[in-house]
Design a protein around this ligand. Structure first.
Ligand SMILES: [Zn+2]
Length: 211
């Protein structure tokens, strides 16, 4: 199933996607990652626990919402207010960021408060429809792991697998944050600055050598 009504947040590497992200300093703590009960692999990347401190890199713009490494999001207090108002679903473990410095043309006092949150799993990928390529044909039933990812041509969801959450991820591509059309409309109406958002059918990745 091609899903023209969902959107993906790209973590860097997009047109006009000036760098914007949070980089924790050494003093921040990492939580234990969850492991798959079936194949024993880590099913999620490490996440930070409060207190969190570090630098915000804002090359050209102060975005209200951006993808962060490991399938997390960074968002402003303005965005948080809208998410609460509209009861946006699919995020958990919201933590406040302690920003020490801004790397870019902004001053600390100009900044809104920023937060980090994990995005929950909420759909499965349609492997064929997405052109999803991995190094192994074997598939773990629980976490969906099937070797190292080689590439994906678009993000199509397995029919009936989407929970309906506004923010969601697919286990097979756990670093990619997806958004519902409703959420995109909420962001548009509130004039939130969203970094690197594109329709899921236009999202591709390739880790194969470019012969
Ligand atoms: Zn597994």
């Amino acid at each position: 199933m091609i899903s023209p009504d969902t959107f993906a947040l790209k973590n860097g590497g997009c047109i006009n996607g000036f760098e914007f992200d949070f980089f924790e300093s050494d003093g921040s703590n990492l939580a234990e990652p969850e492991t798959c009960p079936s194949c024993d692999r880590f099913v999620d990347l490490l996440t930070l626990t409060e207190p969190i401190s570090g630098n915000l890199v804002a090359e050209k713009s102060l975005y209200d919402l951006s993808a962060h490494l490991g399938g997390e999001i960074v968002f402003s207090a303005k965005a948080r207010k809208e998410f609460n108002k509209h009861q946006v679903t699919g995020i958990k473990n919201v933590r406040k960021l302690g920003i020490l410095e801004v790397e870019g043309p902004f001053q600390i006092h100009e900044l809104d408060e920023y937060f980090l949150a994990q995005v929950s799993y909420g759909a499965r990928i349609d492997r064929i429809g997405s052109g999803f390529r991995t190094t192994s044909a074997q598939l773990c039933d629980i976490c969906g792991y099937s070797g190292i990812i080689e590439g994906v041509d678009r993000i199509a969801l397995e029919q009936g697998s989407w929970s309906g959450a506004d923010f969601f991820r697919v286990r097979e591509l756990s670093g990619v944050v997806l958004m519902s059309a409703r959420l995109v409309q909420i962001c548009t109406d509130a004039e939130l600055k969203v970094r690197c958002m594109l329709p899921s059918h236009s999202f591709s990745l390739s880790f194969e050598p470019d012969w």
